[in-house]
Every structure is written in C-alpha cells, then in structure tokens.
Write a new protein. Sequence first.
Length: 308
Amino acid sequence: MTSATPAPTTASAATAATPPPESSPLVVIGAGTMGAGIAYVAATAGYPVFVVEPDDARRAGAAENLRATFDKAVARGRVGSPEADEAYARLSFLPALTEVPDGPHLIVEAVPERLDLKRAVLAEAAAKNPRVLASNTSSIPIGSLAEGLPRPADFLGLHFFNPVYAMPLLEIVTGAATSAETHRLALDFAHTLGKDPISVADHPGFATSRLGVALGLEAIRMLEDGVASAADIDKAMVLGYRHPMGPLELTDVVGLDVRLDIARTLQAAYGERYAPPKLLEDLVAAGKLGKKTGAGFHRWTPDGRRAI
C-alpha cells in the first residue's frame, strides 16, 4: 500500500460514473485500511460489496469506521446524506469467504503484503469463480502470486492508493498470463470508480512503489545520518519539489510496517539499494507504525492529524 498525490476525485466523482448492475457484486478480502477504502469507493459507485474479515474485532471496527467515513463525506459536502446511507447499505460484512455467493464479478484481495498469506487467500478466492480476481499488492510480482491459480488469465493486480476515496490513481498490473479481456474489465472497473488508471508490466514494485520506496528509504537514511530533522527533510521535498507531503510523513501515512514489507520484497528483487534502514526496522519493532499508532517519524493526534 502506497500513496500518491491527493486530488479531488473523491466519492462524488465515483457517483458520476454509470452505476454497475446490482447483479455484479464485488468481494473485498481484508478489512484493514486498504480493504475498507476499496469497499467504500465501490459501494459509493453502486456496487454491492461483501467485505470478508475473519477477525471479529477488525470486522466490527471496519463497519464502524466506514460508517464514520460516510458521515464525514456528508459533513464535507462530498455526497448527500441519502446517497451515503444507500451506499453504506450496499456493504455486507462477513467472517468467511464461504458465506459469499459463487460467481462474483470481482474479488480483490487486500491482506498484508506477505507472499504465503496472499497465495493462500487467492487460492480460496479462486474457488468462488470470480470473473476477475485481483490483488491489491503494492510490490509482489503478479506472476509469483498467480502460481497455482486455476485461471491465471483472469488474475491481475489492482494497486489502490491511500486514502482510497481521495486518490485518483489506480495501478493495473498485468501478469504474463493475464488476458486482454481481463485487463479491459479492470480498466472499465477503474473508470466506474472514477479512478485514473495506469497499466504497468509485472516487475517487483511495479512503477509506483519502486519509485516511492526508493525516495522514502533515502529520507530515512538521511534522518539516521543526522542530515536534518524529519520535519525539515519533509519540508525540503514539499517546498523544493512541490510534493504534497514529504517522504517521511508519507511513510507515516502508509504505515511503517507496510513500507518495511515492501522494502524487503524489493531488496530480494533488486539488491541492497532497497535494504531497509535500521531506524525503520527499530521503529516497527517498537510498534511505532505511523499515523495508525499515533507515532512514527512524526506524532499524530487521535483524529488523524499530524501534531506540530
């Protein structure tokens, strides 16, 4: 999970697209930050969405957080109250994939960035016979994830960005076996959500993570070396290069644990230039994961704002 420049393609943009037929349900596996975000934009766009999360507390928390997200969208004028209620009503929260009807239009896997876990989840999802099976991986090659799948032609990567409701980009990653028809359906899906997609070939890190993580890791090394404070390193990129936020703040938003997983994947593929700095490993080990825990390279308030 990575982020890019926020832009005003929010829920209101998604509702401008032609709603899909009610007979085209989507399934999102995993109710973490990315899974919940994908469910939000899909429900807003008109899809009935099954959110599958085996952890009871996480599933209940996702339902509560999504309700709050819709309420905030109403308060900020992004969507009307009736439309928000209708969209939330399209969401179903289930503890197991076995409770999902067979043959959904699309299943998106959004579990943590670990190869064995993703492969196990995707194998179970493939048994539901979706028309399109996708992974929200931000770095693991699609070819590696496709190993053992019965229909690799129907499989690809759909890499969303955080926060999903605000980020216009959707990175569509085609594997060697992905069919042209599956790619076309993915492009159609992206446009239905109001996203602006790019299509990339299957290489570790794809286009976005490979570039973004390189910048983020170098910023962490600079902090380790005492080049400047975290605030000033970030300010350098915001004011000097017109980035919407600095690389250390962005790492806090993405999650230091997520960045560490991606860095290790890229290190295995490309060598030591992507080796995670010790500071990153130490912060993750200490449970300082960024915005979601209140501390990372910066401090964060309970309402999700950076503390100055």
